[in-house]
Design a protein around this ligand. Structure first.
Ligand SMILES: [Zn+2]
Length: 469
C-alpha cells in the first residue's frame, strides 16, 4: 500500500501531466470506484480543465475549474498511467480520462479498492473522508499530540497508526519512526513522556521528508508508461529487516504483531519500560538448558520453566480427562496420577498423538507465560522452553539463547539424571533445534566445563542487562 511519501510523489509527478488539460470525455469501466452517481460524475467533469493537485493525508485532491474538486484515494494498488491517443488502455484500467489534446489518463486498479469522489471547493474539506484525517506531522500541534497519546492505553504503534490522531504514518514509516526514537512499539501510549512524543513528531517529519525526497529521485529513471503508483524503493532501517542485524547495535531485529500489524523492532535499542525483558532458553534434551536458566536466576532473572508448567497442567483433574480422551488410553498410574513416562512412550511411537498433545498443551503453557510476563514487575525474565520455535513462543522473547551439545554429552547428562536415555533421545527427535540455530541471538555450544559455561552465560547476561541501562 502506498504511504504518504509515495502519494506525495504521485501528486508531484501527476500534476504536470494533467495541468490545464480539458476533459473531452470519461469512460468508467468500474462503477464501484466512483462514489455517487457515475452519470453525474461524467457529465459534470466533461469540458472542465484540471488545475492543480493538492494532498491531505493519502488523498489526492484534484482542483478543476468551475469550483470543482475530485478526491482520489489509491488504496492498495491504484495508479495513474498516462497513455497516447493510439495506445491500448492499461490492463486494469477502471476509469479513463480522455483529454481534448488527445492525451489520455488511465486510473488503473487491479484490486478495485481505490475511490474517486466528486465534490467542490466549498465542501471538500467537510467530506467525511477528510474530516476523519488528523493533522500531518509537518503541522501537528505538539501539545495536542501529547495530550491525545497521554489518554490512550493502547500501544504507541497503534496510536501513531491512528490517522485520526495524526495522519501520515503507515505501517512502514511507523516502524521507522519508533526505531529512530528508541521506543518499543508495545509501549503504552499513555506512558510516553512529553519529550518522547515530541521526538515522534520530529522524527516523523524527518523520515517522511527523506522518503519524499527519495521517491522523487527514484522516479526519474521510472518509465511513465509503467504508471505512477507510488511503490518506490526506500532505504529502511527497521521495516522488513526481521532476522537481520540492527544497524545501530548489531542485535538481531525481531518481528512481532502489534494491534494485528507486523512490526519490526530492535530488542536492544527499543525497550518497553512497562514489561520485563524476556529471554528464552532452548535446545535439545539434556543440552544444559536448566543449568543456564539457573545461572540467569542467580543473576536476578525470574525463571519460567515450561516443563513445570506442563506438570501443573497434569495435576489438573479436568486436564487428565482431556489427555486421556485425546490419547484414547488410560494414562494414570495405580494412584490415579498422570504417568508421564506412559505418555512419553505413546507419543514417541505415534506422531499423530504427539501432535494432538502438543496442540493441546502449547497454547495453555503459552497462556501461563503470557500471564507471568503481563503481571511480573521484575525487569528480567528467563523462560526455559525446549520446543521454543516449534511452538511459536519466540515472538514473546526479546532474546533467545540456544544451547547445543554432542550426543555423548547428552547421554552422560541423561544417565546422571537417572532418565531413560533411549526414550528421552527418541522423544527429542522432534526437536528441530538445528533448523532454528540461525534464529537464536546467542548460541552456546556446551562441551566444556561448568566454569566455562558459567563465564559464557554471564557475558550474555551482562550484554542483555546493558540494554536496560
Ligand atoms: Zn539495536
Amino acid at each position: 500500500m502506498p504511504e504518504l511519501p509515495e502519494v506525495e510523489t504521485v501528486r508531484k509527478l501527476l500534476e504536470p501531466v494533467v495541468k490545464d488539460e480539458e476533459i473531452a470525455d470519461i469512460v468508467v469501466y468500474k462503477k464501484r470506484i466512483i462514489q455517487g452517481s457515475t452519470d453525474v460524475f461524467i457529465n459534470t467533469l466533461r469540458g472542465r480543465h484540471f488545475r492543480n493537485i493538492s494532498r491531505i493525508g493519502k488523498y489526492l485532491i484534484f482542483h478543476l475549474d468551475g469550483n470543482l474538486v475530485l478526491l482520489s484515494h489509491l488504496r492498495m494498488e491504484g495508479k495513474y498511467i498516462e497513455i497516447g491517443p493510439e495506445d491500448p488502455i492499461s490492463r486494469f484500467c477502471r476509469v479513463l480520462f480522455i483529454f481534448k489534446s488527445g492525451k489520455r489518463l488511465c486510473y488503473d486498479d487491479s484490486r478495485q479498492f481505490g475511490i474517486m469522489k466528486l465534490t467542490d471547493e466549498d465542501h471538500f474539506l467537510m467530506e467525511k473522508e477528510l474530516t476523519n484525517v488528523g493533522p500531518e506531522p509537518f503541522v501537528i500541534d505538539k501539545d495536542y499530540f501529547y495530550q491525545r497519546l497521554h489518554r490512550l492505553k493502547k500501544s504507541v504503534k497503534e496510536a501513531i497508526l491512528d490517522q485520526k490522531i495524526m495522519t501520515g504514518l503507515g505501517n512502514i514509516y511507523a516502524d521507522e519512526v519508533l526505531f529512530a526514537t528508541h521506543i518499543h512499539p508495545e509501549t503504552p501510549a499513555c506512558t510516553l513522556s512529553r519529550s518522547q512524543t515530541d521526538d515522534i513528531v520530529a522524527s516523523s517529519i524527518h523520515i517522511l521528508h527523506e522518503a519524499i525526497a527519495a521517491g522523487g529521485s527514484t522516479i526519474r529513471s521510472y518509465h511513465p508508461s509503467k504508471g505512477i503508483d507510488g511503490h518506490f524503493q526506500n532505504t529502511l532501517q527497521a521495516y522488513g529487516r526481521e532476522g537481520e542485524k540492527c544497524y545501530r547495535c548489531g542485535h538481531i531485529m525481531k518481528k512481532i504483531r502489534v494491534g494485528g500489524r507486523g512490526t519490526t523492532y530492535c530488542p536492544y535499542c527499543q525497550i518497553n519500560p512497562t514489561k520485563p525483558i524476556v529471554v528464552g532458553i532452548t535446545g535439545p534434551v539434556a543440552s544444559g538448558k536448566s543449568l543456564i536458566a539457573k545461572i540467569f536466576s542467580e543473576a536476578g532473572f525470574v525463571v519460567f520453566n515450561s516443563d513445570h508448567a506442563v506438570r501443573e497442567l497434569y495435576d489438573d483433574a479436568d486436564f487428565k480427562n482431556i489427555i486421556a480422551e485425546v490419547l484414547k488410553t488410560n494414562i494414570t498410574d495405580s494412584e490415579g496420577q498422570i504417568d508421564r513416562r506412559k505418555i512419553g512412550i505413546i507419543i514417541a511411537e505415534n506422531s499423530q498423538k504427539r501432535k494432538a498433545i502438543e496442540q493441546l498443551i502449547h497454547p495453555l503453557v503459552r497462556k501461563k507465560l503470557e500471564e507471568m510476563i503481563a503481571h511480573s514487575s521484575a525487569p528480567f525474565l528467563v523462560a526455559e522452553v525446549p520446543l521454543l520455535f516449534e511452538s511459536g513462543f519466540d515472538d514473546l522473547m526479546q532474546y533467545v539463547v540456544g544451547v547445543t551439545t554432542e550426543t555423548s554429552k547428552q547421554i552422560e547428562f541423561l544417565t546422571n539424571r537417572g532418565s531413560d536415555v533411549d526414550l528421552s533421545l527418541s522423544l527429542n527427535a522432534s526437536n528441530k533445534f538445528s533448523r532454528y540455530e540461525k534464529k537464536v541471538d546467542y548460541l552456546i555450544i556446551n562441551l566444556f566445563s561448568q566454569e566455562e559455561l558459567k563465564a559464557n552465560v554471564n557475558k550474555i547476561i551482562l550484554d542483555i542487562k546493558s540494554s536496560r541501562q
